[in-house]
Design a protein around this ligand. Sequence first.
Ligand SMILES: Cc1ncc(COP(=O)(O)O)c(C=O)c1O
Length: 390
Amino acid sequence: MLKDIPYSRQWIEEQDIQSVVEILKSDYLTQGPAGEVFERSLATYFGVKRAVVCSSGTAALHLAYAGMGVNEKSLGLVPPITFAATANAFLFLNAEVAFCDVDPVTGLLATENLESVMQEKSFDNSAVNLVAPVSYAGALAPLRESAKIARRFGFSLVEDASHSPGAWSEEEESRESSGACEHTQAATLSFHPVKHICCGEGGAVLTNDDELADRITHLRSHGIARPNDPGGKRPWFYEQTELGWNYRLTDIQSALGIAQLARLDQFIERRRILASRYQKYLSTAPFSDILSLPLANPGHAWHIYVIRFHKTGQRDKAHLFLKERGIHSQIHYVPIYRHPYYERHFDKVRFPGAETFYESCLSIPLFPKMTDSEQDRVVETLADYVEQAR
Ligand SMILES: Cc1ncc(COP(=O)(O)O)c(C=O)c1O
């Protein structure tokens, strides 16, 4: 019996297990030294001043937006092709969410649309207004261009980099990297098992702004601080100065994150090899008669490999065909505005780029531990599908 192939999964090795076991035998399961070690390693890897780790990618978005001062007067602009959390975190803070369309081919924020949304939408200039571009699938979002537009309208930027550790792009001989915060005030990561590195659950905010990092660290732990204690009279004293949350990452999770981060380059390399194999095998007929491949570039970090079917209805048929043969694929994403919660609470909207992308997209299996022969099976099964669908 052939084993099912998931669309993604973690890669845990003995050294990951040992790192976790060491913490379980140590004095600190949480609030110990592992969190700070993980933060320093992440900051070094992404080339930023500070990393603040937290309990999930969703918590990272919530903390980043809250730390920057998003509140009920703010407007958050989000591409609809992303996980709901990118938008939800604005709603947690009672801010307004508006959508900005995506490019129907790449699924990335369409900067022309960003400009027109900002021109047409009314917003409070005195509030903290944000754009949250998503480096979808592992391709760098148009951060430089978005930042240029955002600056003109007084918006700040947070990159949702959950899909894109290691992604970069080169333009006019200068390289920009995902998570490096060259054009954004902050970037967020997720350490869910389907992501590049995993902690079980986990996330981080990256920034070059020390004040923002300190504020996020404070909000991560209830908004509670230990003030200076001159003379050491009341060493037990702590006080809550703001309303925060418990979004801490445990030392158990941090230890796993440190071990995983040490292998991130290896994971990315394997993702790139698998993506280039897909490009090679799927780029010609008969595949090219019914589907298109993602735009490949050397800096793509390949969180997911998203093919797009030319004809409406083909995507769902292909998904079922693969599923019946033990191959799991996924749709990334149902546009956020289509979720019943959003339809219930907000005006009904449809964006042409997002609709086209959503109707056609299918993420086929891609994860670093996937073997060449598993990938061959995906290609052969897809070939069987294409043969009977033509
Ligand atoms: C683009 C994007 N943003 C945010 C998140 C939320 O991350 P988490 O699941 O760690 O809360 C995810 C996770 O699926 C994601 O893909």
